[in-house]
Design a protein around this ligand. Structure first.
Ligand SMILES: Nc1ncnc2c1ncn2[C@@H]1O[C@H](COP(=O)(O)OP(=O)(O)O)[C@@H](O)[C@H]1O
Ligand SMILES: [Mg+2]
Length: 432
């Protein structure tokens, strides 16, 4: 009897003994169903090789138990192999160019569907493996700083299950009537416009620019739990097609962008390896994905799971240039230097192992996506945010931001705010 993680290595071993058959097939699909049971999908045209296919099926049924169908139910013949994969997540099996694994998941996950960078203004996703690392605070401060410099900033609180961003930017009595949750719920019955114009409040914290805040819920959350239970639903459109949560949210963001004309959009994602977070990180066309990290085994093992998944599903090249590590809550005492070096080393190790190119002997590093540990422009090189008493355990982040000075913010958040600022084209450049 085997367990789930042994399925793919076993299949690779068995397929290695059936190389001749694979040579005859255009494509073989390994379908792993909702319960984690495997069967084969083979093109009807391949029936000429029926005997060999049956022998492969028998071997798989025996060796993958209980993660396989019985021999007689092991093979599905399909006329249209593309239809067989429609809507499911899948990846090519390592080292085999014509064997695809189709993975049917009980929840819709987007980690392997990496949307191209969105047209329009830059979108920046703030993500972390764990909560409580100062991510929403950093986002609110970034919005504050950019608005001080005359930028128009649109911020969305997509951490719907534990919202917090909007209270940092808006006092209690200035919340808009509705939030993202309300729009997603109304959109299911084609009624998004009923709330669209009351989704945004302008923060009074901005000086020269503007901060447009779209909270998770409105001034009165209402039946929030009943709404949350439906919010991630895909929508069936009139033509029968299926629009997933990322698609719906992209439609909302595009409409907000048109209405409010921001220079940049900041997205506060949900934390963890979770299907909702996956949509923020990979489904919304973010040009920059900030990965907040504190140095610790929990952080690195979480990022390792993600990076290994991207590597296995062949997505590394699509995502790696958008990633940037952020070192959260760097200690403010004499341990700071050592801590930062450890953080950088752990991050470099992880990125090198899973995301960077291996440089063939004799070739130049400049021709590859690869960086030294100490290279300051490397995606693994942490943008450091300092732990600072003035930002710790605040009763009201909003009151704090109302009184904060630019130099205080710069002292704690400089690499982050400068990094983000550098992504936003100057007004002059846009017209060139
Ligand atoms: N740079 C910082 N230094 C010290 N404390 C901070 C800093 N940033 C945030 N905090 C505090 O850490 C806690 C969690 O912050 P929050 O931004 O809500 O984290 P997250 O969004 O990652 O869950 C809050 O009490 C906040 O005041
Ligand atoms: Mg938060």
């Amino acid at each position: 009897m085997i367990t789930f993680d042994e399925i793919l290595p076993r299949i690779i071993e068995i397929l290695d003994e059936h190389k001749e058959l694979l040579g005859h097939l255009d494509k073989l699909i390994i379908n792993r169903d909702l319960n984690g049971r495997v069967r084969l999908i083979v093109n009807t045209k391949a029936q000429a090789h029926n005997e060999q296919i049956k022998s492969l099926a028998q071997k798989l049924a025996e060796k993958l138990r209980p993660h396989a169908y019985s021999t007689d139910a092991m093979i599905l013949y399909e006329e249209d192999m593309d239809m067989a994969c429609a809507g499911a997540s899948g990846f090519m099996l390592e080292g085999l160019s014509n064997v695809q694994v189709i993975d049917r998941l009980a929840v819709e996950s987007h980690w392997d569907h990496i949307a191209p960078v969105a047209h329009g203004v830059p979108r920046i996703a703030f993500y972390s493996i764990k909560g409580g690392v100062g991510r929403s605070t950093a986002l609110a401060v970034s919005a504050w700083f950019l608005a001080q410099s005359g930028k128009r900033v649109l911020v969305l609180d997509l951490d719907l299950e534990s919202p917090g961003l909007s209270s940092a930017l808006l006092p209690e009595d200035c919340r808009p009537a509705y939030g993202i949750t309300d729009w997603l719920i109304e959109d299911l019955v084609d009624n998004g416009d009923a709330v669209f114009y009351d989704l945004v409040a302008t923060s009074a914290l901005s000086h020269d620019g503007e901060i447009y805040v779209v909270p998770a819920h409105g001034a009165h959350p209402g039946e929030y739990i009943s709404k949350l239970g439906r919010v991630w639903m895909p929508k069936i459109l009139e033509d029968g097609t299926h629009e997933n949560w990322s698609g719906r949210l992209n439609r909302l963001i595009a409409a907000l962008e048109k209405r409010w004309q921001p220079d940049v959009i900041l997205l506060d994602s949900r934390a963890g390896i979770d299907e909702v977070a996956s949509s923020c990180v990979t489904g919304l066309g973010a040009q920059l994905v900030l990965l907040f990290a504190i140095d610790g085994e929990q952080t690195w093992s979480g990022y390792r799971v993600l990076f290994e998944f991207w590597s296995r599903s062949g997505m590394v090249e699509q995502i790696r240039e958008r990633l940037q590590l952020v070192g959260a809550m760097i200690p403010d005492d004499e341990t700071r230097r050592d801590y930062f070096e450890r953080l950088r080393e752990s991050a470099a190790d992880l990125f090198t192992r899973h995301l960077y190119d291996e440089i063939p002997p004799g070739e130049s590093e400049a021709d590859y996506f690869s960086f030294d540990e100490q290279d300051e422009v490397a995606p693994h090189y942490p943008w450091a945010i300092k732990w600072n008493r003035g930002f710790a355990a605040l009763y009201s982040m909003h009151d704090r931001l109302r009184a904060v000075e630019r130099n205080e913010v710069e002292a704690v958040f400089a690499p982050l705010i400068n990094g983000i600022d550098g992504l936003i084209p100057d007004k002059g450049e846009e017209n060139v």
